[in-house]
Design a binder for this molecule. Structure first.
Ligand SMILES: [Zn+2]
Ligand SMILES: [Zn+2]
Length: 300
């Protein structure tokens, strides 16, 4: 029974490590039952699917990859330790997230360090260094904001006054509100969506490390996650091109207009000259013609 709970592989854990999570309440009364995975007997054939890391294998008792046991108590123990915190681990990228308590235990064991890459509710689920993560840096004896020394029990940083601790339940992901992106609505609606609900958290979550990485990368990365600017670039892209085209078109148009004016002037002058000449030529006989016309009615 006790051995049944040995391997709940939660995120951030070395695969073979036995489970720190507390022995769970007895959920399933069949510890001796032949241990099969949640998804044992997948369509793939006789392979079992590890419920913890998704590895498919023939072993139906324990995962060859993450070492998790498949029987019910181990599953429950893993479930108990699950939560919205993730420790980036390239060796085991498919582990479930862990609870804050679990993360805290990992920090106390030295498995989370200031340059560990984590994400969770206080980072809005963006990957962040542990030393910049509210609620986690304090566990490492560091203020996430000013990076001065603090005690893991401190509520508030004595240097900068920021609140250090984290209180949240395991269901809380900490995601920021959804905002409209350019193209999804009218520009006015997008603007008010982006500007209006700018929720400023007490402590910026996606700040970069002060000591390890110099500032330049920080602002860029901070903004990258915000979806708006990325897509904003698209509408702006075509704009300069069409503006230039418009300018060129305007220049062409004004050149055309100037030509037209010149031609019209030449024609006008020519016509005027011709008209004057004609008037001069026909003026003597025109009086006769008028007289003849005037006389015409009288003729019959
Ligand atoms: Zn596994
Ligand atoms: Zn501070």
């Amino acid at each position: 029974m006790a051995s049944a709970t040995t391997t709940p592989p939660t995120n951030g854990h070395a695969p073979a490590q036995p489970a720190p999570p507390t022995p769970p309440a007895p959920p399933a009364p069949t510890p001796a039952a032949p241990p099969t995975g949640f998804n044992a007997g997948t369509p793939g054939g006789e392979l079992a699917l590890c419920p913890y890391c998704g590895h498919r294998q023939s072993n139906r008792v324990q995962c060859e990859r993450c070492k998790g046991l498949f029987e019910p108590l181990s599953r429950q123990a893993t479930q108990n330790a699950m939560g919205p915190w993730y420790l980036r681990d390239e060796q085991n990228p498919f582990r479930p997230g862990c609870s804050f308590e679990k993360l805290k235990a990992l920090a106390e064991k030295g498995r989370v360090q200031r340059d560990s890459i984590i994400r969770g509710p206080t980072t809005r689920q963006f990957w962040t260094l542990a030393c910049n993560t509210p609620g986690v840096a304090v566990l490492l004896g560091e203020c996430h904001s000013c990076h001065r020394r603090v005690s893991p029990d401190d509520y508030m940083c004595k240097s900068c006054g920021v609140v250090l601790g984290y209180t949240g339940d395991r269901q809380h992901m900490g995601l920021s509100p959804i905002k409209l992106l350019p193209g999804e609505a009218s520009p006015a609606a997008v603007a008010s969506s982006v500007m209006g609900t700018s929720d400023r958290r007490p402590h910026g979550p996606v700040r970069e490390i002060p000591a390890i990485t110099p500032a330049p990368a920080a602002p860029v990365q901070q903004r990258m996650p915000e979806p708006a600017p990325v897509t904003q670039a698209e509408p702006e892209g075509p704009a300069p091109i069409s503006a230039g085209a418009r300018l060129a078109e305007r220049r062409r148009q004004s050149r055309r207009d100037a030509m037209r004016v010149a031609i019209a002037t030449i024609i006008g002058v020519g016509v005027m000259g011709g008209a004057i000449g004609a008037v001069a030529m026909f003026s003597p006989s025109s009086g006769d013609a008028e007289a003849a016309q005037a006389e015409t009615p009288d003729q019959p």
